[in-house]
Design a protein around this ligand. Structure first.
Ligand code: ZN
Ligand code: ZN
Length: 288
């Protein structure tokens, strides 16, 4: 049986959701490819062992053929600079395909600010026009220092990265995370929100229950899509902590502060053991 390295889901003819196979990395992140009339935009390049370039080229070339076009510039941006979302950066930059000239924006703070034209981080909100398709960008530091959310006005999808998805919301800077959540609530006020899509699924289809960290095979996983109701639920949960970060399991996701105070040693051991077992099932056994 052959399992593709990437699953390509056509959300509509101008928007593709790509998911890395869990057989290549248990993080199995989602990435997103938008097409406007003038430019395409890719958010994230996947995790280690992703081998994204062939699938990306094929998807863009199919779009070009379908639209009777010879080329389209591709802007590459990121949800945030964690390894499981930038590991394919080098290979995407090295595509050198004349049909797909790449404008690469590194996930770090300065290049992100420069590309989006952000003067005051994280309070400014920016946008890019791909040609008949405007995508807004909202800075949402907290999970990482350079996390951003994207809002596609055409489909009313909100991409929340690792800051809101059905799984463990790892919070590194609680105060920033809370302020960012409030910023997203305000940003979406009065706007249609069809779905909120994050970068991972770690939740099972059973309410309140997540898969152990590092799980590859998730036959009963939660669907990717959350609603604006989840964003309001998150805001409410953070508010209820009164500034004291704590782990809190909700129906569709868990608030999970990280740092030395939040991981008990027995739990850490369990995580590590599970990761070792799962990694033995992976396709690529080259030493990391
Ligand atoms: Zn992350
Ligand atoms: Zn991630």
């Amino acid at each position: 049986m052959e399992i593709p390295e990437w699953q390509v889901h056509e959300y509509n003819p101008n928007l593709y959701l790509l998911r890395q196979s869990p057989c290549t990395d248990f993080e199995k992140p989602f990435i997103f490819l938008f097409f406007g009339k003038d430019k395409a935009l890719l958010m994230d390049t996947g995790s280690r062992n992703g081998n994204l370039a062939p699938t990306l080229r094929r998807t863009v070339k199919n779009w070009l053929a379908r639209n009777g076009r010879e080329s389209i510039p591709l802007i590459v941006v990121h949800s945030h600079p964690h390894d499981d979302h930038i590991a394919g950066d080098a290979e995407v930059q090295a595509m050198h395909d004349p049909a797909i000239p790449v404008e690469f924006v590194s996930a770090d703070l300065e290049p992100t600010k420069r590309f989006w034209g952000i003067e005051h981080w994280p309070t400014d909100i920016a946008h890019v026009d791909l040609g008949g398709r405007v995508i807004d960008m909202v800075p949402i530091p907290g999970h990482s220092a350079v996390s951003v959310a994207l809002y596609d006005r055409n489909t009313a999808l909100l991409l929340a990265g690792d800051s809101l998805y059905p799984g463990r919301l790892y919070v590194r800077d609680f105060a920033a995370f809370q302020t960012s959540t409030e910023r997203l609530v305000r940003f979406t006020e009065g706007k249609p929100v069809a779905h909120i899509l994050g970068n991972h699924i770690e939740q099972t289809s059973t309410p309140f229950l997540d898969y152990p960290v590092g799980t590859m095979y998730q036959p009963n996983e939660h669907e990717l899509a959350l609603s604006r109701g989840s964003l309001l639920e998150l805001e409410d949960a953070l508010l209820s902590m009164h500034g004291n970060a704590k782990r809190l399991a909700l129906r569709d996701f868990t608030v999970w502060p990280v740092g030395p105070d939040f991981m008990i040693p027995a739990e850490k051991k369990k995580f590590e053991q599970h990761q070792i077992e799962e990694k033995q099932k992976m396709w690529d056994h080259t030493p990391q």
